[in-house]
Design a protein around this ligand. Structure first.
Ligand SMILES: Cc1cc2nc3c(=O)[nH]c(=O)nc-3n(C[C@H](O)[C@H](O)[C@H](O)COP(=O)(O)OP(=O)(O)OC[C@H]3O[C@@H](n4cnc5c(N)ncnc54)[C@H](O)[C@@H]3O)c2cc1C
Length: 603
């Protein structure tokens, strides 16, 4: 159940529940999951509370999504950035971007970033998962091992074969809002139709769509068509799949904490609960690990601090910014850096906050000779009204859709991009860059209609960092994704831009594209990139997983914080490598993280 005030929680019960034995039934177990109101946390909470004997408390700094209209309406997704549902972080000045500091949105709402993101659902290439298994020395992270958390495989539920006792799957592939015939637009064999998280194809058609496919056909194979980029083979252009069901956003809150689950008597969700730090709960003696099962939270900017303790585990799911921030405020991190800001080190883990990596993104747009774009809806309330009425009543129409068509591509290995640098992709079938076709400008200028061709480098080699600004947990951390910080990344952005330009020059666009909105020439391209590149908001690796015996990394392949007891991290920060995909698909990862949690708790 949702609670707004700490005082309303059955706190005593949480404080005094006794954890008895290890048998599955007959014991009252309590697992306190911390700030797991985000994408991953709700998956964890859902899975853990399958067992009525486990009591889970979810702590979320943000509030409810009940009145968040813009979160529900897919077309309005971009309005959530900079809103009350966003933490509204900003990066440090980015050297390669002419020292611009760029906005760094993160969801400040139940559902976390899955309640404010752009909803693209991409699983990435199988090679990325296989590489993560190799890096971490744990075959449980391979593409094949992860599949049963998403879907049934070959008609069998591999849960049984892989001895995962939990049958809940992530994906629930549903018809698009307009119920059009989707034959040839996805491959049913690689999807699940009875999972929790709704996924669908675009539910509204635009006149630019057929031209995209004509341009694909005219590209001499440079931009092939891929029926389903989520099969493990991602390369090519295909229809976007999005976490949308019945024309409405499917976040981890609407799905994993949906009506079917939120009434569970063993699930407690406390909103507006900001966790300040974790607390040591034992005294270390020779040979034993420190236990960190305590937390401190506040609901009134620190005037009142509440302490709680989990009998089993604290599971951190505060995301790639929140998780390392909380760890460092708790003294878990690089001791030298912690002392610099006046924090007493508790546990030496220098990798906390290191290696922050994100996908650089460059929006380019073309003036389009059409009025068939959502630009007028997005900038003119009067124009939008009938469409809103339609969406309110039927959940159909242009408001029911966000992503349209996207593609994943590789540079030729003889490309100038590589100039002595090894190919950073996970394998020969993994993309280096992405092109996102947008009908309309996303956030449109006052006049005009647009076709967006946005590019992203999906194998960046630059890494940045996340550091504390001070010992005050209310100060925003120093977020430095080091965008385009290497020659590879910068050259890759240039080449991705050229590729999108070639795509826009196909005869299919004659009469549709009028001109680019900015005249980019060879002479001003680098400036254009520096002045306009941002990121896709896919930060990972700030609490990265590493092999069990590696002397770097933050969590082991079971997602337990290295060298500590009682503390696990289950969110995007643990990814050991940045995948060539959009990162909220990692519920598959979260599912597995939870299964490990359950197994190791002897449940
Ligand atoms: C604007 C935007 C667009 C994106 N578009 C896409 C997309 O189209 N497709 C895609 O796959 N991915 C997309 N992403 C990325 C994706 O949404 C994230 O990678 C993913 O949701 C991260 O999940 P998480 O569980 O790690 O963190 P989050 O979902 O961010 O959850 C963290 C939660 O912890 C809470 N929290 C943090 N600190 C504290 C604290 N101290 N106390 C209590 N609670 C705390 C937060 O409020 C939040 O609810 C986008 C992200 C953004 C921001």
């Amino acid at each position: 159940l949702f609670y707004e005030r700490f005082e309303d929680l059955p706190v005593r019960e949480f404080d005094f529940i006794v954890v008895g034995g290890s048998s599955r039934h007959g014991n009252r177990l309590q697992i306190l999951t911390v700030h797991t109101g985000g994408t991953a946390g709700n998956v964890v909470a859902n899975r853990l509370t399958e067992d009525a004997d486990i009591r889970v408390l979810v702590l979320e700094a943000g509030g409810s999504d009940e009145d968040a209209y813009n979160s529900r309406v897919p077309l309005y997704a971009f309005r959530l950035q900079g809103s009350q549902y966003d933490w509204n972080f900003t990066t440090t000045p980015q050297a390669a971007l002419n020292d611009r500091a760029i906005p760094y949105p993160r969801g400040f709402i139940i559902g976390g970033s899955s309640s404010i993101n752009v909803m693209l659902y991409t699983r990435g290439p199988s090679e990325d998962w296989d590489r993560m298994a190799w890096v971490t020395g744990d075959s449980g992270w391979t593409w094949n091992s992860i599949q049963p958390y998403i879907r049934k495989v070959n008609g069998l539920s591999l849960h049984f074969l892989l001895s995962d006792p939990h049958k809940l799957k992530n994906e629930r592939f549903v018809p698009p809002a307009d119920h059009h015939n989707t034959t040839g637009q996805f491959d049913p064999k690689v999807h699940s139709f009875d999972g929790v998280n709704s996924v669908s194809l675009p539910g509204w058609q635009y006149s630019s769509d057929p031209r995209v496919f004509e341009a694909i056909a005219q590209s001499d194979g440079e931009f092939p068509f891929n029926e389903d980029m989520n099969s493990g083979f991602q390369l090519g252009f295909g229809w976007a799949q999005s976490t949308i069901g019945e024309g409405t956003r499917s976040s981890s809150a609407t799905s994993y904490l949906g009506p079917k689950y939120i009434e569970r008597k063993n699930l407690f969700v406390l909103l507006h609960a900001r966790v300040l730090r974790l607390k040591q709960t034992n005294t270390k003696f020779t040979g034993a690990n420190l236990a960190v099962r305590g937390i401190e939270l506040t609901q009134d900017t620190g005037n009142t601090i509440h302490a709680l303790q989990a009998s089993k585990e604290v599971i951190l799911s505060a995301g790639s910014v929140g998780t390392p921030t909380i760890l460092m405020h708790s003294g878990i991190g690089d001791p030298t850096e912690l002392k610099t800001v006046g924090i007493k080190p508790l546990h030496d883990l220098p990798s906390v906050g290191k290696n922050l990596t994100d996908h650089p993104l460059l929006v380019t747009a073309y003036n389009a000779n059409t009025t068939d774009t959502p630009d007028d809806i997005l900038r003119n309330e009067t124009f939008a009204r009938p469409f809103e009425r339609r969406w309110n009543e039927t959940k159909t129409g242009p408001l029911s859709t966000q992503g349209r068509i996207l593609g994943w591509f590789r540079f030729n290995l003889s490309s100038p991009v590589f100039g002595g640098v090894p190919d950073p992709a996970a394998g020969p079938n993994s993309a280096h860059f992405e092109i996102i076709i947008g009908n309309g400008a996303g956030i449109p200028p006052p006049i005009g209609h647009y076709l967006g061709l946005t590019v992203a480098v999906v194998t960046p080699t630059s890494t940045g960092s996340l550091k504390l600004n001070s010992s005050n947990p209310f100060d925003a951390p120093l977020i430095n994704p080091n965008v385009l910080g290497t020659d590879f990344d910068f050259t890759a952005m240039r080449e991705a831009f050229f590729a999108s330009k070639r795509f826009a020059s196909a005869p299919a666009w004659d009469g549709y594209i009028i001109s680019p909105t900015v005249n980019v020439t060879d002479d001003n391209l680098d400036d254009f990139i520096r002045n306009n590149t941002g990121v896709v908001w896919h930060p990972v690796k700030t609490a990265a997983m590493s092999a069990r015996d590696a002397d770097y990394g933050v969590v082991d392949p079971d997602l337990k914080v290295k060298g500590l007891d009682g503390l696990r991290i289950v969110d995007a920060s643990v990814l050991a490598t940045l995948h060539s995909e959009c990162t909220h698909t990692s519920p598959d990862l979260y599912h597995r993280g939870t299964s490990i949690s359950l197994d190791q708790a002897g449940l």
